[in-house]
Design a protein around this ligand. Structure first.
Ligand code: PRT
Ligand code: MG
Length: 216
């Protein structure tokens, strides 16, 4: 019996940058997610299908077996916590960093002196909490789900913790990057039970991805 493999991807940069790795595994996605409204896409291999989920939901789908395998940003993995996930491979794709940014006229150095309080708006509350705890800075955390850049501009927060790649979005909103917290790339994640039950087909995909990932 052929074992079905479900791969969870998010639309956009992760989907686009995973395509060459899939090609190396001999898997071609047969529909363009930007043109189709389908959430389940067939591939050139009848036993492999792709499910499209929000980037932050990929770890959850794989954890509970809604997908056997997936590609998720390290940011999403840290916020999720990683329970039930095997993380065999850093794919080196969708690279960016998590940074602290403030308004250009805000005195960040003064604001983070020991014992101070800082109002931080972010989607990445776990990463932000750990980072400021290590620095000994008390934070009032404001959870947001998008458009973090707006928070310092409207007085909602003193600082944001967000993903930065070119820095153009910060610049366009008169924000400056004051600290880099960590580098981010996307990782392959596998459901721990599936890894045992579907070992052979999953290992083929993991190995093919591993040989296609550029080594640095
Ligand atoms: O967009 P949506 O709300 O649906 O979800 P998402 O933002 O979680 O997903 P998506 O597809 O945008 O990002 C998926 C993953 O790509 C993230 O989890 C990261 O691991 C990775 N990635 C790499 C990025 C970026 N680069 C990036 N630049 N994710 C988001 N951005 C954002 C950044 O926050 C900024 O607002 O893109 C904007 C532009 O960045 P600059 O610095 O190039 O201007
Ligand atoms: Mg986005």
């Amino acid at each position: 019996m052929t074992q079905q493999i479900t791969l969870a991807l998010s639309k956009g940069r992760i989907f686009d940058e995973t395509l060459p790795l899939l090609a190396a595994a001999g898997i071609e996605v047969l529909e363009d997610p930007e043109k189709s409204r389908k959430l389940i896409l067939p591939t050139s291999r009848p036993e492999v299908r792709v499910v499209l989920v929000r980037a932050t939901d990929v770890p959850t789908y794989v954890q509970y077996g809604g997908a056997d395998i997936g590609v998720a940003g390290k940011d999403s993995l840290i916020e999720h916590g990683g329970q039930g996930l095997f993380r065999p491979l850093d794919l080196g794709i969708a690279k960016c960093r998590v940074s602290v940014a403030v308004r250009a006229d805000f005195d960040y150095a003064q604001a983070v002196r020991q014992g101070a309080r800082l109002k931080v708006a972010t989607k990445y509350t776990s990463i932000a909490r750990d980072f400021f705890a290590t620095k000994g800075v008390h934070v009032d955390m404001i959870k947001l789900y998008g458009s973090m850049e707006l928070a310092p501009l409207t007085g909602l927060a003193d600082a944001i913790v967000d993903l930065v790649s070119t820095g153009n979005t910060l610049k366009a909103n008169h924000l400056v990057e004051v600290e880099q917290i960590m580098d981010i790339s996307s990782h392959l994640v596998v459901n721990q039970a599936a890894l045992k039950l579907k070992q052979a087909p999953l290992k083929r995909i993991i190995d093919a991805f591993a040989s296609a990932v550029p080594q640095d």
